[in-house]
Structure formats: structure tokens, C-alpha cells
Design a protein around this ligand. Structure first.
Ligand SMILES: NC(=O)c1ccc[n+]([C@@H]2O[C@H](COP(=O)([O-])OP(=O)(O)OC[C@H]3O[C@@H](n4cnc5c(N)ncnc54)[C@H](O)[C@@H]3O)[C@@H](O)[C@H]2O)c1
Length: 340
């Protein structure tokens, strides 16, 4: 840390997402960004131009040899593992962009290495730091919506077609990390099934449906699609008492909590008696802080307080396991694949 108790941090990757990390860590006041490292020096120089104190470089070894406390990695997914491993071996705390790594074996190695070294390993599950998702977690975990029945998420737009991953790897980490964060710890998926189609011939599915199965009668579904003419970001979360609709495209009233539901009477065993509840709709005020600002602060606090961050390596690994299983299911035409 510097003499003001701030985490000294290097950001690796100055592409689309890295500049957001530079901006938010700098603004957090809890960290000083000392280096910005990218294989493309011109790109790093451009991003760092407004921050005269940031040194730009292509030399990661030199960065890791300097007295920084931590690195934040925003490079392509295939490079997460080698870069994170190198940083952990150099004794640095690590924040990695989602998804944690390219394979479950890589993710497991990172989690074990961080634990062995007593270092923080955090995965940037950005949505878990939004006011909307934090409110959903509160509503679920306090019991206000009752027992969870289903989670149904649509994440579609005319997306940036990726050349190295399918649409689930690009978009579903958000939904999987949200589920992991919101649902109670004793309600984790036990299996997945996924179907998709390579609609534009890139070699990877560009439209896909991922279903998560649980040990209880609960179901979750994620619809991810790069070929939608409109951007839809809507999630339904149904409970026995209340139901939540989250529309992330709404500028302010993102969450609506409906006191609606169905009660099944049990007077007559030969006839199902259904009664409908039509109660009020509540629109809660959400915490306004930018998600990345909260995420950056959480990484710094977890280091200074010597504790696991909210979205730690284990959370990253659970998301990765579901993604890897989804790939196996896609290859097997939607067959159910058990999660370990
Ligand atoms: N949390 C989110 O919501 C969110 C959003 C977008 C992207 N991401 C994640 O951020 C990461 C980066 O995505 P992006 O869209 O910024 O990619 P990008 O291709 O725009 O940028 C990647 C950058 O990394 C650099 N790079 C590649 N290998 C490197 C290495 N070995 N050392 C140093 N620099 C290297 C490249 O030169 C490039 O500038 C991905 O993991 C992606 O999943 C997260």
C-alpha cells in the first residue's frame, strides 16, 4: 500500500473493459493505479493519457517485480489463467474479469493457489454490485418473496459476435453470477441443459437457451441471443409470496415487486382449487452507486481487511462449472449434464 493506505494496483488490458477499471479504481480513493499493461502500447498510452501518474508498459514481469499489491486483469478469457497465475505466484492479489478462466481445471488451480498464498482472488461479477441485484438478493434472502420457484432471464440484443466463445460464454456469466449471488446458499444448481444454434456460421452458437436444474422443484432459464433486433434485459424471479420483475433497460424503476401469486387449496383431493392473489406492486428505491465503483471498493476492502470478497474465486468457479457443463450439453443436443 502507499503511505496513505491505498492499494497499489496494476491494470492489465486496455481494450474495451480495462479503461472502466482504470477509471473506477482511480475514483475509488481506495487504490492508486500505478501501471497499465497491454501488449499494444499505443492503446495503453491512449487510455492512460488523462492519468499522468500511470506508467504504461508491455512488460508484465517488470510490473510484477514492482512493489504493487494487486493486479486487475481485463484481457481475453484465454489469457486470464496464465496472467492470474503469474500474478499470484508473484504474491499479488488478483481481480479477474468474468469468466474466471477458460476451463474448470484452470479455475480450480487459481482458487487453490490463492488460498495457499493467502491472497485475495476475486472475479468481477459486475452485476452483483448493482443496486437492482443487491435488492433482489435482499428480497430473496430475507424470505420476503417466500420460497423461490423460478428464475427466467432474457439477455438479447444485436450483439458483438465473438470469435472465440459462444453466446452463453459471452452473456450467461452475468445471469449465472446473479443467480449464484441472489439465491440462498442451500439452493445451488445441480445440473444444466443447453440448446443453441450457430445461426450465422461462426462455429459457435449465437442463440442459446440454458436451463439450470435444482434438487428442489425450482427451475432457472437464461435466453442469450446475439441476433435480436432489440435489446431486452428482463429477469423474472418468482416466489411463493411475491414475484420480482427486473428490467435493466428501465432508467430508474428497474425493479418491481408484485404481491401476486397463486394459492392451491387442498380441501378436495380430487380437484385442484386455484385462487389468485392480486396485491399491490412496489417499486423500491435502489442504491444509486455505479456497480464498478462498488466492485472496485470491495476488492480493495477485502485486501485491507484480509477477508474474502463477495464474488470470490469460489463464486467464479461455480459460474465456470455451469458454463463448462453448458458447453457439454450443447454438444450433446441439450442433454442434461450434472454439476459436480
Ligand atoms: N464485467 C463485465 O461486464 C465485462 C464487460 C466486457 C468485457 N468483460 C471482460 O473483460 C475482458 C476483456 O474484454 P474486452 O472486451 O476489454 O477485450 P478487448 O479485446 O477489447 O481488450 C483486451 C485487451 O487485452 C490486451 N491483451 C491481450 N493479451 C494480453 C496480455 N497477455 N498481456 C497484456 N495485455 C493483453 C489486448 O491487447 C487488448 O487491448 C474479458 O474477460 C471480458 O469477458 C467484462
Amino acid at each position: 500500500m502507499d503511505n496513505q493506505g491505498r492499494i497499489q494496483l496494476a491494470v492489465i488490458g486496455a481494450g474495451y473493459w480495462g479503461p472502466n477499471l482504470v477509471r473506477n479504481f482511480t475514483a475509488s480513493g481506495a487504490a492508486v493505479v500505478t501501471h497499465l499493461c497491454d501488449l499494444d502500447l499505443a492503446r495503453a498510452n491512449k487510455v492512460a493519457a488523462p492519468y499522468p501518474a500511470i506508467q504504461t508498459t508491455t512488460d508484465l514481469d517488470a510490473v510484477l517485480a514492482s512493489p504493487i499489491d494487486a493486479v486487475a486483469i481485463a484481457t481475453p478469457v484465454r489469457t486470464h489463467f496464465p496472467l492470474a497465475k503469474k500474478a499470484l505466484l508473484a504474491g499479488k492479489h488478483v481481480l479477474v474479469e468474468k469468466p474466471l478462466a477458460w476451463s474448470v481445471a484452470e479455475g480450480e488451480e487459481l482458487v487453490a493457489l490463492a488460498a495457499a498464498k493467502g491472497l485475495v482472488l476475486m472475479c468481477d461479477h459486475t452485476f452483483c454490485y448493482t443496486g437492482a441485484v443487491r435488492k433482489m438478493r435482499e428480497l430473496v434472502r430475507s424470505g420476503e418473496i417466500g420460497e423461490v420457484l423460478y428464475f427466467d432471464s432474457v439477455r438479447v440484443n444485436l450483439g458483438l459476435i465473438q470469435s472465440d466463445v459462444n453466446v452463453l460464454w459471452d452473456l450467461a456469466p452475468h445471469d449465472l453470477s446473479i443467480l449464484d449471488y441472489v439465491l440462498p446458499d442451500d439452493l445451488r444448481p445441480i445440473a444444466v441443459s443447453a440448446q443453441g444454434v450457430d445461426a450465422v456460421g461462426t462455429g459457435f452458437a449465437s442463440v442459446a437457451y440454458l436451463t439450470l436444474h435444482f434438487a428442489r422443484p425450482v427451475i432457472a432459464n437464461v435466453h442469450a441471443n446475439w441476433l435480436s433486433p432489440v435489446k431486452v434485459r428482463t429477469t423474472l424471479l418468482g416466489g411463493t409470496k411475491k414475484m420480482i420483475v427486473w428490467d435493466d433497460n428501465e432508467p430508474s424503476e428497474k425493479i418491481r415487486i408484485y404481491d401476486k401469486g397463486i394459492d392451491i387449496g387442498d380441501e378436495d383431493p380430487n380437484r385442484v382449487r386455484v385462487s389468485y392473489r392480486h396485491g399491490a406492486c412496489n417499486i423500491p428505491v435502489l442504491e444509486p452507486t455505479e456497480a464498478l465503483a462498488r466492485m472496485a471498493r470491495e476488492f480493495c476492502l477485502s485486501i485491507s481487511e484480509g477477508r474474502a470478497p463477495e464474488t470470490d474465486g469460489h463464486a467464479g468457479l461455480r459460474v465456470l462449472r455451469a458454463l463448462a457443463a453448458a458447453n457439454r450439453s450443447l454438444e450433446a443436443a441439450g442433454a442434461r449434464v450434472e454439476l459436480d
